[in-house]
Design a protein around this ligand. Structure first.
Ligand code: ZN
Length: 108
C-alpha cells in the first residue's frame, strides 16, 4: 500500500496523509482537542490546593470533579482515535501533561 507522506503543519512531523486531517497529525489533533479540558483540569487542581490548605471537606468533592474531567479527556480521545492501544497511549500522555502543568503552576 502506498500512501502519500505529508508534513503536519503543527509539529512538522512527516505522517501518512491518511492519518492527517486539516494537515494535522493525529497527535496534534488530540493535543488541540484537549485544550479546554486541560484548562479545566488546572483550574480544579488549583482550587483543590486552596481547599487543602484550609483542611476543607470540599477537597473530596473537587477530587471527584478532577476525575470527571479526566474521564471526559478519555472519551474525547476515544472519539478521535479508533485504535484502542493508541488511544490508551495518548490518554496517558495527555494526563501526564495535565498533571505536569499543575506542577508548573504550583511552582510559580
Ligand atoms: Zn503534528
Amino acid at each position: 500500500m502506498s500512501s502519500i507522506l505529508v508534513f503536519c503543519r503543527d509539529c512538522g512531523k512527516q505522517v501518512p496523509s491518511s492519518d492527517t486531517q486539516d494537515q494535522l497529525c493525529l497527535d496534534c489533533r488530540v493535543r488541540r482537542s484537549m485544550a479546554d479540558l486541560r484548562d479545566e483540569h488546572a483550574r480544579l487542581w488549583r482550587k483543590r490546593e486552596r481547599y487543602r490548605s484550609h483542611n476543607s471537606a470540599n477537597v473530596v468533592q473537587i477530587a471527584h470533579q478532577i476525575a470527571r474531567v479526566e474521564d471526559r479527556m478519555a472519551s474525547r480521545i476515544r472519539e478521535l482515535v479508533s485504535n484502542e492501544r493508541r488511544a490508551g497511549e495518548l490518554l496517558q500522555r495527555e494526563l501526564e501533561a495535565a498533571r505536569g502543568q499543575r506542577y508548573t503552576i504550583k511552582g510559580v
